[in-house]
Design a protein around this ligand. Structure first.
Ligand code: ADP
Length: 604
C-alpha cells in the first residue's frame, strides 16, 4: 500500500533536520518543517511567502543567489559549513549549516523548485574554531616563550616546530632547523644525544638533563654551553608516541658564576691545605668554636677538643702573651701571637696564631676568624741559623786570633832582626791560619753559589785512583794515617774532577777529624752495571742512628755545641749537592763504636 502524501509530510515535519522547499522563480517557500522554522526563528506564517520576503536579512548573504543558480542550472549545491546570520529574537545571530540545494523536477523533468536538506553544525563549528584559536594561542606562546622549544616528529626526527629562543640557544638560523632532520640541524650534539632521544621515543620515558655541558657550533663558532633540558614524549590520542617535545634553557651564566665561586673556594682550600694552615672561627658571645681538623692537629689533638683544653695545651710561659694578644685584638681588630704548645707525647711545638675580629653594626666584637700555623720547623731553622752564625764567627775568630798574634810576633822579630828560622815558623803559622780561613770562606761561598744555582760542572774522564792519590798525598806524607786504597783501582770516573776532589777531601778530612784515635782509613772503589762507587771508611766512634738522616743538611753538626771539633756543618751539605748535580747518590753507613763509611756513586 502506497502511503499517502500526509505520511510524507509528517515524516518531513518530524525530522530533527531542517528541510524546506522553494518553488518557482520567486522562490516561494512551499514547505518548511518545524526544524527549519526553529532554525530560522520564524513561525509558519512564512510558508507561502517568497524566500527574500520571509528572510530579508539573508538578502546580503549568498543563499538566494545559490537557490536561483540551482533553479536555473539544475546542479546540486553541496555546502561546507556555511555561515548564516539570522535574525532571531530581534538579534542578528551567527549559525553554521551543512546543507544541500537540489533541484525538484516535475514528470517532464522541468525544474519546479529547489529542495534544501540541512544540518545545524553551529556547535561543531564553534568547537572547531575554539580549538583553532587555542592552537594559535599555543603557537604564539611557544613562539614567544623564553624557553627554547622544539617539537620533533618521532617517525623521521624532523623538526615540526621550533621557536626563536631554541634557534638562538643552538645558534642556528630557522632554515637550518625548521623541517630539517634534528641531527642534521645540530650535528655536534648527535653523538651523545641521538641515543637518548631514541630511548625517549622507544621507552616513552621523559629525559631530564641538568646543566649538561654541550659543545655547540653557534653561528659558526665553537662554544661550550650548559643547558637544562627535557625530552618529553608527546603521545597521540591512541597513546602512541608521535613526537618529542624538547624544552631547553641556557644556564651557562649560572653555571659559570657558580663554577667561579667554586673555583675560588677550591683555590682558597688548596692554598690553606698546601700551607698546612689550621683555620678557626670563635663566637665571642657563646664562646663556641668551629675549627678545621688541621687546627686541632697543630695543637696536638686528633679530635676536636674544648677551648679550655686548647688553652691548657699552651706552654705556661706563653699563656700571658696569648691573653695580652687577645686583649689587643679587641682594640685593633687584629690578633697575633706566637706560643709553644705541649703535645700529649711531651714534645714542644711552636705555633703562630693570626686572626681578625669582626664586629656588629654597633661596633661590638662578634667573632674572631683566624688561622694557626705550626712554625716549629721555621723556629728550628732560625735557631740553626743563629747557631751557625755563632759557630762561623767562632771558627773564623780562632785562626784570625792566631794569625794576629803570629803577625805581632813576626813584626817584633823583624824589628829586632833576630834569626830567621823563628820568623819562618811564625810565617808558617800565619799561613796555616790563612789557609784555614780561606777554606771556611770558600765553604760559605760554595753554599751561596749553590743557593743561587751558579755551580757549573766541567766533566772529563779520569782514573779514580789518580783522584784518590792526589788528594791523600799530604796525609800520607805526614805519616800519621794509614790510607789504604782497595777494590777496582783501574776504575774510570766521568765528572768534574775538582768538585769530586772536594767531596773526597771532605770525607777524608772528616775521617781524620772525627775518628781521631784510629789511624786506618780505607778508600774503596767498586762498580756495578750502571754506577761507579767510592767509599771512605774510618774506624772511629761512629754516628748515632737518629742523627744519620740529618748529616747532609745545611749547618748540621752532630755535636751542635761545636765545642769539640771545628767545622761549619757545610762540608757534607756541599758534597751532597755536588753528587746530586752529577746524577749520583751519596750516603753513609755507621754504627756507634765501629766507625763510619761515607760513600757516593756516579752514573758510568
Ligand atoms: P763539619 O764542617 O761540621 O765537619 P760536615 O757537613 O762535613 O760539617 O759534617 C757534618 C757533621 O757530621 C759533623 O759535624 C760531624 O758531627 C758528623 N760527621 C761527619 N763525618 C763524620 C765521621 N767520619 N765520623 C763521625 N761523625 C762525622
Amino acid at each position: 500500500m502506497q502511503p499517502d502524501e500526509n505520511v510524507f509530510r509528517s515524516i518531513v515535519d518530524a525530522s530533527p533536520f531542517p528541510v524546506y522547499l522553494c518553488t518557482g522563480d520567486q522562490m516561494i517557500i512551499a514547505v518548511a518543517n518545524q526544524a527549519t522554522l526553529k532554525a530560522w526563528g520564524r513561525d509558519s506564517s512564512v510558508i507561502g511567502k517568497p524566500f527574500s520576503e520571509a528572510l530579508p536579512e539573508l538578502e546580503t548573504q549568498p543563499f538566494r543567489k545559490l537557490l536561483e543558480e540551482v533553479y536555473t542550472t539544475g546542479e546540486t549545491y553541496y555546502s561546507r559549513n556555511d555561515r548564516a546570520d539570522l535574525l532571531i529574537d530581534g538579534r542578528l545571530q551567527t549559525y553554521y549549516f551543512k546543507f544541500t540545494y537540489q533541484a525538484m523536477r516535475n514528470s517532464e523533468q522541468d525544474i519546479t523548485g529547489v529542495l534544501c536538506f540541512a544540518t545545524d553544525v553551529t556547535e561543531l563549528e564553534r568547537a572547531r574554531q575554539e580549538v583553532e584559536q587555542s592552537q594559535a594561542m599555543l603557537y604564539n606562546m611557544v613562539k614567544q616563550a623564553p624557553v627554547g622549544i622544539c617539537i620533533i616528529k618521532s617517525a623521521d626526527l624532523t623538526v615540526e616546530l621550533v621557536n626563536d629562543t631554541f634557534l638562538e640557544l643552538v645558534g642556528k638560523t630557522r632554515p637550518e632547523v625548521d623541517l630539517q632532520h634534528i641531527w642534521d640541524a645540530v650535528p655536534e650534539a648527535a653523538e651523545v644525544y641521538s641515543p637518548i632521544m631514541a630511548e625517549t621515543v622507544s621507552s616513552g620515558k621523559p629525559f631530564h638533563a641538568v646543566e649538561h655541558e654541550i659543545p655547540l657550533v653557534r653561528n659558526g663558532v665553537d662554544e661550550t654551553v650548559y643547558i637544562d633540558f627535557v625530552y618529553e614524549p608527546v603521545r597521540d590520542y591512541d597513546g602512541s608516541i608521535n613526537a618529542v617535545l624538547v624544552l631547553a634553557i641556557d644556564v651557562s651564566d649560572k653555571v659559570m658564576a657558580r663554577r667561579s665561586i667554586e673555583d675560588a673556594e677550591e683555590w682558597a682550600r688548596l692554598a690553606i691545605e698546601a700551607a698546612e694552615i689550621g683555620t678557626f672561627e670563635l663566637d665571642i658571645a657563646t664562646n663556641g668554636m668551629r675549627a678545621s681538623s688541621r687546627f686541632y692537629h697543630i695543637f696536638g689533638f686528633e679530635q676536636p677538643v674544648t677551648r679550655k683544653v686548647l688553652q691548657d695545651a699552651i706552654h705556661e710561659d706563653d699563656r700571658s702573651s696569648r691573653i695580652a694578644a687577645l686583649r689587643e685584638a679587641f682594640d685593633t681588630g687584629k690578633l697575633f701571637y706566637e706560643a709553644r704548645v705541649t703535645w700529649n707525647d711531651n714534645s714542644v711545638h711552636w705555633i703562630k696564631v693570626e686572626g681578625r675580629v669582626t664586629s656588629d653594626n654597633a661596633g661590638n666584637p662578634v667573632k674572631i676568624l683566624g688561622t694557626v700555623l705550626d712554625i716549629t720547623q721555621f723556629r728550628h731553622l732560625q735557631q740553626q741559623k743563629d747557631d751557625f752564625i755563632s759557630v762561623a764567627s767562632h771558627e773564623l775568630k780562632t785562626p784570625l786570633t792566631s794569625m794576629k798574634s803570629s803577625m805581632q810576633v813576626l813584626s817584633r822579630i823583624l824589628k829586632a832582626d833576630t834569626p830567621s828560622s823563628t820568623a819562618l815558623s811564625f810565617m808558617d803559622k800565619a799561613n796555616t791560619s790563612l789557609a784555614k780561613m780561606q777554606h771556611l770562606v770558600e765553604s760559605l761561598l760554595n753554599v751561596s753559589r749553590m743557593t743561587a744555582d751558579q755551580m757549573h760542572l766541567h766533566k772529563t774522564h779520569f782514573k779514580a785512583a789518580d783522584l784518590v792519590n792526589e788528594c791523600c798525598e799530604h796525609l800520607r806524607a805526614a805519616g800519621n794515617y794509614d790510607l789504604i786504597l782497595t777494590g777496582d783501582t783501574g776504575l774510570e770516573f766521568y765528572g768534574d774532577k775538582d768538585r769530586l776532589d772536594q767531596v773526597l777531601v771532605n770525607f777524608v778530612n772528616n775521617a781524620v777529624k772525627y775518628a781521631v784515635h784510629s789511624r786506618k782509613i780505607v778508600i774503596h772503589l767498586s762498580a756495578d752495571a750502571g754506577t761507579v762507587k767510592l767509599s771512605v771508611r774510618d774506624f772511629g766512634n761512629g754516628i748515632p742512628a737518629e742523627k744519620l738522616p740529618h748529616l747532609f743538611e745545611r749547618y748540621y753538626r752532630v755535636d751542635s755545641n761545636g765545642a769539640q771539633y771545628s767545622g761549619l756543618g757545610l762540608g757534607l751539605y756541599i758534597s751532597a749537592d755536588i753528587i746530586k748535580r752529577h746524577g749520583g747518590k751519596i750516603g753513609v753507613i755507621s754504627k756507634p763504636g765501629e766507625g763510619s763509611t761515607f760513600w757516593f756513586t756516579l752514573p758510568r
